[in-house]
Design a protein around this ligand. Structure first.
Ligand SMILES: NC(=O)c1ccc[n+]([C@@H]2O[C@H](COP(=O)([O-])OP(=O)(O)OC[C@H]3O[C@@H](n4cnc5c(N)ncnc54)[C@H](O)[C@@H]3O)[C@@H](O)[C@H]2O)c1
Length: 442
């Protein structure tokens, strides 16, 4: 591809929806004057410590929406984000600690969920029952049973559920996947995806008094109760089974979804995962190293995750490689590269930006585009790019990788339902135990 073309597109894609608006003189503040409040969707953003910041930025930058509520059970985080949003928006969203205020409000059209994983499906279902559209972060469920329930709930209550696989809304990825489907690299049969990072140890937590600024009861919600420890909130809950789902779901969800999309496959026939917690001895309950193979009738996908070892693969910290009978495509968050059968590069597109996980807690064009797609779909102007029915297949596939790792053996699957065949011990991990009174019902 011609360099000048790359440069021009780089500028366009890097700008993103919000930045484009700024370039033509519109800001979150001026949207309030451009459109009357009644013309815009009222959106409540739940969980605003890390990822919720990107949710806030995406809603703030969208002319068809307004931030009606900001909700967090940590009152320090809540106060900070509400003050920032008020400055940005020129009006004050309602700040609430308790999500029930949001769900009871007739004025709220939709909710976004950037809470710990154990809350995703329960909150999404509560939102649907309250008549709200939902944007839920990946992984959309904490265990495969919740995935089934969320899909059923969406069908029952009829509101839209978009899952936070934002690359599904990124034009360069949409374009190259379309070309792969049209035969660019022949018949696809092998894909590899990966994520590497250099995470620190989470240490060994001490039981401590719950900070006066944190509602630990609502933080735990559906999870069985346990004492507060000083190394769980924020973020490190990712590595504890009670709340999190490990790196395969934290990051693998994005790229496995790209591979499945490129290969046009749904559930595999078998899943085999091996790995361990090798880099440190601490409270971390998942692996820091995992290699999983997903076997389909005529193709294979593999995932490699290294949470604490940053040596890159294909010079990238994350990405997907798709092989076909005539060539190969590498896809990542900077763009893509196309190679012929001999391994010679024949085309590429690059934004010129490094993909970085820190992008994901601030404004980024991919997330803005994914939110715009969700908001336009609510207004019946577009089809959802990552509806829960599709996203759940990727999420459940990786939850099965966790189960395979837990029981340390290959799982054979019913390729329609993904239920594990002939292994009652593994199938017991299909669901979870809930705190009494917090069971998920649709
Ligand atoms: N799509 C992406 O690229 C992407 C990127 C980063 C994170 N994520 C996902 O976003 C989610 C949040 O991750 P994070 O890193 O921001 O976690 P975090 O721990 O930093 O933030 C979670 C916030 O939720 C709040 N919270 C917990 N329970 C609550 C409740 N019942 N009501 C209101 N607030 C509550 C916490 O107080 C905290 O402020 C995770 O599921 C993660 O996988 C997605």
């Amino acid at each position: 591809m011609n360099q000048s073309v790359i440069t021009r597109r780089t500028v366009l894609y890097s700008l993103g929806a919000g930045a484009t608006a700024a370039a033509i003189g519109a800001t979150a503040k001026s949207y309030a004057q451009i459109l009357g409040a009644n013309d815009r969707l009222n959106i409540a953003v739940l969980g605003v410590n890390g990822r919720g910041q990107a949710h806030l930025a995406a809603v703030q930058g969208n002319a068809s929406a307004r931030v009606s509520h900001i909700c967090d059970v940590d009152s320090t985080v809540l106060a900070k984000r509400t003050a920032e949003a008020t400055t940005e928006l020129g009006y004050a969203p309602q700040a609430v600690n308790d999500y029930r205020t949001v769900l009871e409000s007739k004025d709220v059209d939709a909710i976004t969920i950037a809470l710990p994983d154990h809350w995703h499906t329960p909150m999404a279902i509560l939102g649907l029952k309250a008549g709200k559209h939902v944007y839920v972060e990946k992984p959309s469920s904490h265990n495969p049973r919740e995935g089934e329930l969320l899909v059923q709930a969406q069908q029952k209550y009829g509101k839209l559920v978009q899952v936070g696989d934002q690359q599904r809304s990124w034009e360069p990825t949409i374009k190259i996947i379309q070309q792969i489907h049209e035969g660019l690299i022949g018949q696809t049969y092998l894909a590899k995806c990966w994520y590497v990072s250099r995470r620190n140890s989470m240490g060994t937590g001490k039981v401590a008094p719950v900070p006066s600024t944190l509602n630990w009861e609502l933080w735990q919600g559906p999870a069985p109760r346990s004492e507060y420890k000083d190394n769980i909130h924020p973020y490190n809950w990712h590595w504890l089974r009670r709340y999190g789902t490990g790196e395969a779901l934290n990051n693998g969800t994005h790229e496995l979804d790209i591979c499945r999309w490129a290969l046009q496959v749904e559930y595999p026939e078998s899943v085999t995962a091996t790995g361990g917690r090798y880099q440190a001895k601490d409270d971390w309950e998942f692996y820091d190293t995992l290699i999983t193979s997903f076997q389909y009738p005529s193709s294979t996908i593999s995932w490699e995750g290294r949470s604490c070892q940053g040596m890159r693969i294909y010079n990238r910290d994350r990405g997907s490689v798709i092989h076909g009978t005539k060539g190969t495509v590498i896809i990542d968050r900077r763009g893509y590269e196309v190679y012929d059968w001999k391994g010679k590069k024949t085309d590429e597109f690059a934004t010129g930006r490094e993909s970085s996980s820190s992008d994901l807690i601030s404004k980024d064009s991919m997330t803005d585009g994914h939110f715009a797609n969700w908001i336009n779909a609510i207004h019946s102007k577009e089809k959802l790019n990552s509806p829960v029915q599709i996203a759940n297949i990727s999420v459940t596939t990786l939850l099965l990788s966790n189960i395979s790792w837990s029981v340390n053996r290959e799982l054979r699957l019913d390729s329609k339902s993904a239920h594990i065949l002939g292994d009652a011990e593994a199938m017991r991990l299909w669901g979870r135990e809930y705190e009494k009174g917090w069971e998920v019902r649709i």
